[in-house]
Design a protein around this ligand. Structure first.
Ligand code: ZN
Length: 160
C-alpha cells in the first residue's frame, strides 16, 4: 500500500501545498481542488498536478491521472501528471483523512492571509473558499446547470 500526505509551506511569501507520496515531496504544483473532488465519482480523470498559474495545459498536462475509488482503496493510474510512479494504491480511510487535512490546511493557513504574488492558492474569506468547494462539487457531479449559475471560483481581485 502506498502512503499519501499533504503539507503546507510558506515560501518566498507564497502559499504552497505540497503532495507527499510515500514520504517524498512530489515536485511541481499540486492541484488540491482536483484531489479534494477525486472521490466524488467511482471513476474519474483528475489533473492532480498543474502549472504554478493553475492552468494544467501550461505544464503539458492534458489527461491527468485516472482515479478509481474502490471499497477499501483508492487507486491512481497516472497518464501525464508525471508522478514518481505510474500506479498507486492508497488506503481509503487514509485518503479521505488527507482530503480533510487539505481543507483544514487551507482554512488554517491560507484563507485571509495575503501573499505577495497572485496565486490560485489564495482565498480572501472562508465564504469564498466554501463557495469554491460548492462549485467544485457541482462540477464533479456534472450538475452543469448549477455549476454554471454558481459564483465564480475566484473573487477576481488581486491584492496590492
Ligand atoms: Zn501556467
Amino acid at each position: 500500500m502506498d502512503t499519501i500526505d499533504v503539507r503546507y509551506n510558506f515560501r518566498e511569501n507564497c502559499h504552497e501545498l505540497i503532495l507527499v507520496l510515500n514520504g517524498e515531496d512530489v515536485p511541481g504544483t499540486f492541484s488540491f481542488f482536483d484531489f479534494i473532488f477525486s472521490v466524488e465519482n467511482r471513476l474519474s480523470m483528475q489533473e492532480l498536478m498543474t502549472c504554478s498559474c493553475g492552468v494544467s495545459g501550461c505544464a503539458g498536462i492534458w489527461w491527468g491521472t485516472r482515479v478509481k475509488v474502490r471499497k477499501h482503496t483508492v487507486e491512481w493510474r497516472d497518464v501525464d501528471c508525471r508522478l514518481p510512479k505510474r500506479f498507486y494504491a492508497f488506503n481509503k480511510q487514509e485518503y479521505l483523512a488527507v482530503i480533510q487535512k487539505t481543507k483544514d490546511l487551507i482554512v488554517n493557513n491560507i484563507v485571509g492571509v495575503p501573499c505577495d504574488e497572485y496565486s490560485f492558492l489564495m482565498f480572501e474569506t472562508l465564504e469564498e473558499f466554501n463557495r469554491c468547494l460548492e462549485r467544485g462539487k457541482y462540477w464533479a457531479s456534472k450538475d452543469l446547470e448549477r455549476y454554471y449559475h454558481a459564483v465564480p471560483y475566484f473573487s477576481g481581485r488581486i491584492l496590492p
